[in-house]
Ligand binder design. Structure first.
Ligand code: FEO
Length: 171
């Protein structure tokens, strides 16, 4: 059975993951508006991943006998100044999410909730990847600067990303 404070915090994380999906979808729409369809593909897939993160929390709360309560998802920004600004925003956002996951881990330790602590370890590892993958694109965009050819090549590369549903627990 989930402790009430832990349940509330996990519900807040469902909201944060849904916001992440919304943010990446807004970044996809921005990328499409400037004809960078490969960037848009990457962002769309990231939005799908974020939905799977939200559902992992949803399923866990339910499985532990808790109650899922959904709240208002904030609107994401409408636009960015450049693809670099969008990816810098993505990286900063992932750092914020990592801090939220760390806070959840701290709370699970405080509450001696080993099941939740174990569940959260998947997200601890996932956030290492989330920060690294967004930062990798930031660094490439910094190298490219405003060379159209480089942007075009990167757009092609990001267009090749495909969605992989994360493995379920125990797989
Ligand atoms: Fe759900 Fe991008 O972290």
């Amino acid at each position: 059975m989930l402790n009430k404070e832990m349940e509330r915090a996990l519900n807040d994380q469902i909201n944060a993951e849904l916001y992440s999906a919304y943010l990446y979808l807004a970044m996809a729409a921005y990328s499409e508006s400037i004809n960078l369809n490969g960037f848009a593909n990457w962002m769309r897939i990231q939005a799908q991943e974020e939905l799977t993160h939200a559902m992992k929390f949803y399923d866990f709360v339910y499985e532990r006998g808790g109650r899922v309560v959904l709240s208002v998802v904030d609107a994401p920004p409408e636009t960015w100044d450049s693809p670099l600004a969008a990816f810098e925003g993505a990286y900063e956002h992932e750092c914020k999410v990592s801090a939220m996951i760390n806070d959840l881990v701290d709370l699970s330790i405080k509450k001696k909730d080993h099941a939740t602590n174990n569940f959260l370890q998947w997200f601890v590892s996932e956030q290492v990847e989330e920060e690294a993958s967004t930062d990798a694109v930031v660094q490439k965009l910094k190298l490219i600067g405003d060379q159209g050819n480089g942007i075009f090549m990167l757009d092609r590369e990001l267009g090749q990303r495909v969605f992989h549903a994360p493995a379920s627990e125990g797989e």
